[in-house]
Ligand binder design. Sequence first.
Ligand code: SF4
Length: 578
Amino acid sequence: MKILLAKSSGFCMGVRRAVEMVADASNDNSACIYTYGPLIHNPQVLKGLEEKGIEILEAVPEAGSGTVLLRAHGVPPQTKDALRKSGFQLLDATCPRVIKIQTIIKKYANQNHAIILIGDKNHAEVIGLLGYAGERGHVVSNMKELDLLPAFDNAIIVSQTTQNIEFFEAVKAWAKTRHPQYRIFETICDSTEKRQAELKKIADLVDAILIVGGHNSGNTRRLFEIARKSGKPAFHIETEKDLESIEFDAIARAPYVGISAGASTPNWIIKNVYRTLEQLPYKRNGWAHRWFSLQRLLLLTNIYVSLGAGCLTYACTKLQGMHHDTPYFLISILYVQSMHIINHLIGIKIEKYHDPGWISFYHRRRKPLAITAVCASVMSLAVAFALGTGPFLLLSMMTVLGLSYNLRLVPASIPWTPYRRVRDIPGSKTVLVSSAWGVLAAILPPLAINGTITWVNGIIFLWATGLGFVRTAFFDILDMKGDRLIDKETFAILLGEKRMMRWLHRILVGLIALLPVLSIFQLVSGLGILLSVCPLLMLGVISAYRNHYLLPGVRLEFFVETIFILAGCIAFVWPAVS
Ligand code: SF4
């Protein structure tokens, strides 16, 4: 099965902005935070906000306190005034594109024009816009209602931002022939336009279509209508769990499946649907299924990531001309294995926004996994102890730091700091993980063997850390919409996806050049030139993701981790080819 995911799927600019504003407000503010009405039409996001203590105000109370966030759809001006009078502070997340329509309506209503608003009567955006039209507003949701309107001397026609384009075109044609004096404003949001146009193109290419998003989301329902009109089997699901309740065979047997999602569908839900679909074809093909299951198991158990860390260490020891590499290879595997399991077990509540597969795996096997993690940690420390005091102390420090990552270190009685866990420090995870990989690969071995660190060791540390940084930051990008809801400030969230991608690109270009330069100056062996293949491949994987050739899922993660295994393989065969 091939899967084609619409590039325009998921949060639009306005929804993303509103979700980020409310998440930031609740992180920075100890006062009560409310949203006026549900922030977006997605039950999973709303549940996440509820867990953060963000409540929904359904009506304006007589008196209140705290901050009320006005959602992307906007509200009538009368509601804003009433909320202020009740004692609330307002945080306006009305989408700038909705504000533009509000401004148009206000201007023309003041000039005595009738306002014909094409939209769904009960939609929050329409209710908000009508508040600016006063007595002059007329909402129309079909051609029949349009025909029933009286003829106005002066009128403007605007539409809800997520209105169906074809319907609006029909309205424009009607106005041109019947009331050429009416002024028409193109107010359908281009994000809606692009989403609908892309879906039509995708529908021509695929055999079945999945629309992902809340059942009460207007724009998702319109996408579903478009998908259905294409004549291809089309299904509207909220999450990957709904895949079981639809005519599954139509999807499971389709060679080519298209996915699109509404403007209020978070990335992690789209990703989970993709992951579930990704497994389907393998279920019918014995060998392919076993291979896919093995890849998933290796990733879930952290065996593959720890093997990757071990291979990176092996490659770096060979690069530094060290021969007794087995203890360092072992320490890396054991340390990374134990830290990954422990932090997944501690952060189980957090991970649910990223991958429910992880949650069920960790929930069901808590005990054996905890025992494995403790054993791996003790064994890594025992091996380090056998190497000497320096390596043991260094690894002990790293273990304490790794264990404390998710733990609350600053008690609630100290109110003046938002940083209660290491995890709360922006970007801490990316820096800690990558520098741990760098230390294991390039600092611990020379410290144990020579008792000192040279500047060449330092450069190799930078190379290994850089590669680990790109890996972790790239995974952060894949998880960033979930991270927003759990207060996890990764670099991807701080910089935004595009800027982060540009940075990863620059770092990789630097890493590709670094080792060959050291080789040319004979500071490391020719292995350095060969190892440049690893950042080069990483650049290829990231570019494939950016261009939608690789989608988030088991295959993508497996590719990334394989690059580290490859580093070990290259170092292993190097003596034979040099
Ligand atoms: S669909 Fe367009 S207008 Fe509506 S919230 Fe999103 S970006 Fe804003």
